[in-house]
Write a protein that binds this ligand. Structure first.
Ligand code: ATR
Length: 295
């Protein structure tokens, strides 16, 4: 009995110490709605272990009208930064005191940094995508790149793709005006906006899906011959099984078919570097995440 009581007391003390330690740590959150599915705490915990950083990173489900108060609460409680996911990226953009150039172009923010009373906003999605392509030894420079979609996901990666100096970046979208509006933001770049039908007789090296179509399991309205012309198809989303887009590409014999898990880890690594000033090794974290996804 005495041993049991001692052990219970010991556990209680440990719990209190752990709770206190995590309260004293620099706090980070990922804000979203829904958020339970987020892999970000897992990724950032591994980054922190690897780089010996003492941080606490958790998910936070935020009610649709509570984003600003969630941010302020975090700042008041040792908050040093946060990731922001759907549907708050535009609200985060509007809330920032200062913004990176790439966040201004994207009109959205996925990374908040709190420092000296200032909220600084950046977007690391584009660099996450580009770094993942480069990691796969896919050369963007001088390539013909087709980006499918013109929603928030597409808009967030255009600047980073153009920074790699592709021969031409084509944005194809169901609603042409949205693709045109993005292209207009970059008047001095090799960029054009088309409908899906317009792409039918064109050839590309790299095709990137930034539409939400893959998630619902449907096929994109893109011609087989257009898909076949590419050596690489990249889907910005990921799931346990290959997405409909990647299945379609593989069936047509496209050489490299890559899902967005590496982009997820890449954008997290870029956020982590902004906060902690050290760039983690993405490779082991991506391997651990892939294994977890296949569990
Ligand atoms: P996100 O923030 O994920 O990009 P979004 O802003 O709603 O979400 O954009 C979704 C993208 O998927 C858009 O490019 C959308 O095309 P429209 O701009 O024409 O709406 C595209 N999309 C969604 N469903 C589609 C479908 N069935 N066929 C083709 N494109 C589709």
């Amino acid at each position: 009995m005495a041993a049991f009581l001692f052990s219970s007391f010991h556990n209680y003390v440990n719990l209190q110490l752990n709770t206190q330690a995590s309260i004293l740590m620099d706090q980070y959150r990922v804000f979203g709605n829904p958020i339970a599915q987020s892999k970000s705490p897992f990724i950032h915990q591994l980054f922190a272990e690897q780089t010996k950083q003492n941080i606490n990173y958790e998910t936070e489900l935020v009610a649709l009208d509570q984003f600003t108060s969630a941010v302020n609460k975090l700042i008041a409680n040792q908050g040093k930064g946060a990731n922001v996911t759907a549907p708050f990226k535009e609200q985060a953009f509007a809330l920032c005191d200062e913004l990176s150039e790439r966040a201004k172009l994207a009109g959205a923010v996925n990374t908040l940094t709190f420092s000296n009373g200032i909220i600084y906003g950046d977007t690391t999605d584009g660099v996450g995508l580009v770094n993942d392509l480069l990691r796969h030894e896919i050369q963007l420079q001088s390539s013909k790149v087709l980006l499918l979609g013109a929603g928030g996901a597409a808009k967030g990666v255009v600047q980073a793709l153009l920074a790699q100096a592709p021969d031409l970046l084509t944005i194809a979208n169901r609603t042409l005006s949205k693709a045109q509006a993005i292209a207009k933001q970059y008047p001095n770049e090799n960029i054009q906006a088309l409908t899906f039908a317009d792409t039918e007789h064109l050839a590309f090296d790299i095709i990137i899906n930034a539409t939400s179509v893959g998630l619902s399991g449907g096929n994109l309205p893109i011609a087989d011959q257009t898909l076949k012309s590419a050596h690489t198809c990249y889907d910005m989303v990921y799931q346990k099984e290959p997405t409909a887009f990647l299945k379609q590409a593989k069936a047509l014999g496209v050489k490299n078919n890559i899902d967005g898990l590496g982009m997820l880890v890449g954008q997290a690594a870029a956020s982590f570097e902004l906060w902690r000033n050290t760039y983690p090794d993405v490779e082991p974290v991506l391997a651990a995440l892939r294994a977890k996804l296949n569990e």
